[in-house]
Design a protein around this ligand. Structure first.
Ligand code: NDP
Ligand code: 2IT
Length: 445
């Protein structure tokens, strides 16, 4: 058996109840065959065995009190996966589906994504099965304070720097930062996605969605094409989805669909982002409110329709893992979709991604396409260390250059390993090489 096959067998044996982690790890390992089978130094150094095992996993109790005075208990996690090239860096997810498998898959992906940004950040992820939906601001605050009361001892501006993810936006980062500052008696860049008056960076809110569109734009521009006149399908209606839609629209595209976990909106004349922002970012309501505000928009319940059913040129899945399956991929290609860019982490199932690539659809995996968020997080860390703030234009132009750089690195790696246009392979290999070099240089740790 090859080195990679041995690692996969062992991984399945050790982590039988972690399907999302196995899915993410196997995809990367399959891409790495091209690298590690050519060069025995990786096996000799036990590099893959080390890479798939988190440096540290922290799991903890998060007790908090709801508005009725009832005690509630959630489970908190932080997986510190790899610090080979910098402090652990990655978001916190608050969603009832959160478990160790999901946090490990996200932390593993983050290692390669963060490496691709070209900035000195390692990989980590955390979160809790707490559901922020339907909770009052005070309940969310009490949860965040309790979560940070344990987490604070494991993080720090040079150790581990969490940020947002699903269910964690500006409000939650505020409560988390306030509690950290109080416990550590230090005002420091320990979280990113902070508010602008207290150490945040301009462009961080927009960064993931904008970055996704910058990467696809670079690909289109290369063949003399652009976003102008393109029809776009986007899933989700959170941070990533909203700002991907905003940038695509600014570049002349029409966004036809958005979704939440309850249903899908199709708006032929183009989604109105002011309405979406008001519903989702201010009022924290469901998408049904969109159909009430726009009588020509069609709302379909999640069990009766899919966001991928309508005609589009470009699809940007930006909600959650495994939300685009093989049937969806078939619908997309049948309706003329030519490019899929993952705004979310691993939103496309492995078989769907392989089908899309086989049909000639250009596919940008999340670890490349959604790296703009963490890239600007690293720029926020740099500004915090230097105790200054850059302008929106400064950060936005750095973000754009980083996304263009990731595109070209992945493109070149795919060509070098004989699979031009395979950005899954290209991103995995390009992300891996820097981390592997760092691990080899630093000895057996
Ligand atoms: P938000 O919480 O802002 O939005 C998430 C959106 O996805 C909501 O519309 C939500 O609908 C929908 N969604 C979440 N879970 C499910 C589910 N199980 N089924 C259907 N829909 C769901 O999160 P973000 O926009 O920040 O994150 C979206 C994705 O992007 C995630 O995969 C995240 O890991 C990834 N990502 C985020 C980055 C960031 O900077 N924020 C950076 C890089 C990647 P509902 O409200 O109904 O739950
Ligand atoms: O998946 C991701 O890259 C994020 N949720 C952002 C992480 C970060 O540290 O900004």
């Amino acid at each position: 058996m090859s080195y990679v096959d041995n690692i996969i067998v062992d991984l399945e044996k050790k982590n039988p109840h972690e399907p999302e982690f196995l899915q993410a790890a196997k995809e990367v390992l399959d891409s790495l065959r091209a690298v590690v089978d050519r060069d025995g130094q990786y096996e000799k150094a036990g590099l893959l065995e080390r890479l798939v095992e988190p440096e540290r996993i922290i799991q903890f109790r998060v007790p908090w009190m709801d508005d009725l005075g009832k005690v509630r208990v959630n489970r908190g996690y932080r997986v510190q996966f790899s610090s080979a090239i910098g402090p652990y860096k990655g978001g916190l997810r608050l969603h009832p589906s959160v478990n160790l498998s999901i946090i490990k898959f996200l932390g593993f992906e983050q290692i390669f994504k963060n490496s691709l940004t070209g900035l000195p950040i390692g990989g980590g992820k955390g979160g809790s099965d707490f559901d922020p939906k339907g909770k009052s601001d005070n309940e969310v605050m009490r949860f965040c304070q309790s979560f940070m009361t344990e987490l604070h001892r494991h993080i720090g501006p040079d150790t581990d720097v969490p940020a947002g993810d699903i269910g964690v936006g500006g409000r939650e980062i505020g409560f988390l930062f306030g509690q950290y500052r109080r416990l550590a008696n230090a005002f420091e860049g320990v979280l990113t996605g902070k508010g602008l008056p207290w150490g945040g960076s301009l462009t961080r809110t927009e960064a993931t969605g904008y970055g996704l569109v910058y990467m696809v734009e670079e690909y289109l521009n290369r063949s003399g094409d652009s976003f102008k006149g393109k029809k776009i399908s986007i899933s989700g209606s959170g941070n990533v989805a909203i700002f991907a839609a905003e940038k695509a629209k600014e570049l002349g595209a029409t966004v036809l669909t958005m979704s939440d976990s309850n249903g899908v909106i199709y708006h032929k004349s183009g989604i109105n982002l002011d309405t979406i922002k008001e519903i989702k970012l201010e009022k924290r309501e469901r998408l049904t409110a969109y159909a009430k505000a726009h009588s020509d928009a069609v709302y379909t319940e999640a069990d009766k329709g899919r966001v991928w059913d309508s005609e589009c040129d470009i699809a940007l899945p930006s909600a959650t893992q495994n939300e685009l399956n093989l049937d969806d991929a078939k619908h997309l290609t049948a309706k003329g979709c030519k490019v899929v860019g993952e705004g979310a982490n691993m939103p496309t199932t492995r078989e769907a991604a392989e089908y899309l690539q086989a049909q000639g659809v250009t596919f940008f995996p999340g670890k490349a396409a959604n790296a703009g968020g963490v890239a600007v997080s690293a720029l926020e860390m740099a500004q915090n260390s230097a105790r200054l703030s850059w302008t929106f234009e400064e950060v936005d132009s750095r973000l754009k250059n980083i996304m263009i750089g990731i595109f070209h690195n992945a493109d070149e790696a795919a060509k070098e390993y004989g699979k031009p246009g395979d950005y899954i392979l290209g991103a995995n290999v390009a992300g891996f090489k820097k981390v592997a070099r760092a691990m080899l240089d630093q000895g057996l740790i």
